[in-house]
Write a new protein. Structure first.
Length: 145
């Protein structure tokens, strides 16, 4: 087959692919369409079409999109997680000791230190998960050393 014969076949195949995409796009609900719009635009999209967030790095700002009512959707800063960590550590029977500038957290069979109570507790919870559940620690791709 020469190049001239294959060009119409390639064009026809592209038309079939485009028509299939058009048909699929027509079936998307508005939330799914917006999710795909942002992803196709190259934005940092986190989540799924059900609930997703977009992080705008230059503005250091995040927008969360969901079909939940405003009173059922909460967006919290990292500091609210501190309370959750400490509450969880309490339910797990964690104990703390202070040595100089460090806090040591003991939970189950693990002991680890941190700079603050919450960070020591979080470290103990993660270490406990690694030990008991073979949890794999995830690191930020943009981690500064």
């Amino acid at each position: 087959m020469n190049q001239q014969e294959s060009s119409p076949a390639k064009a026809q195949n592209k038309d079939v692919v485009l028509q299939s995409a058009i048909d699929e796009i027509a079936e998307l609900c508005s939330r799914e369409l917006l999710y795909n719009f942002f992803r196709a635009g190259g934005l940092n999209v986190i989540g799924s079409p059900e609930v997703f967030a977009i992080y705008f790095e230059k503005e250091n700002r995040m927008l969360v999109y969901t079909n939940l009512d405003d009173d059922r959707c909460e967006v919290r800063c990292i500091y609210s997680a501190i309370l959750h960590v400490l509450d969880y550590a309490k339910t797990e029977g964690a104990s703390f000791n202070v040595f100089g500038d460090n806090v040591v957290c003991v939970m189950d069979e693990v002991m680890i230190e941190g700079k603050t109570y919450d960070m020591a507790a979080a470290a103990a919870i993660v270490l406990n998960a690694v030990k008991k559940e073979n949890y794999k620690i995830v690191r930020s791709q943009k981690r500064s050393v």
